[in-house]
Design a protein around this ligand. Sequence first.
Ligand code: CA2
Length: 173
Amino acid sequence: MGGIVRDMLRILVLHGPNLNLLGHREESIYGTATLDMIDASLIKLGGELGAELVIRQSNLEGELVNWIQEARRGYHGIIINPAAYTHTSIAIRDALAAVDLPTIEVHLSNIYRREEFRRHSYVSGVALAQITGFGATGYLLALRGLCEQISAAGSKGSSSGSTSVSRAKTGAH
Ligand code: CA2
């Protein structure tokens, strides 16, 4: 007997500025996958892992901050590629610290092998983990790792004897 009662996991995926251009420019650095392709692969994996994903992209810092704040209501975790805001945005860092949800920072390229100014992240200090340099696969690794961490944290806190894992799959918003 014994088991885990777990709500369906609800994960917010945020893509920062210029990531809407993926697959159309600078393929040698960021790869050939478009953002739509990355989102589709995330939604597919989310379905397999029993996680509902809400996926958003913005070129605006304040919009990203608003979405992070909104995640306080009803989300279990965040996956974020803050793109250039990684290296500049105390506002995004503060918002992530304030919501205090497990957060995975993703970068397509290895930011430590590039220009000096990309080697500092304001987000890493408030993230559970950072995945950098695996291209589009990094998002899938982030989703697997985040779901595992959330489930492990949930099961440690549960003393229930029944098992209930609900699964759902939704599209990007
Ligand atoms: O490697 C990453 O994922 C980055 O977050 C991407 C950012 C960059 O500023 C970070 O240092 C590392 C840039 C995203 C811009 O994406 C483009 C995609 C295609 C064409 C031009 C830009």
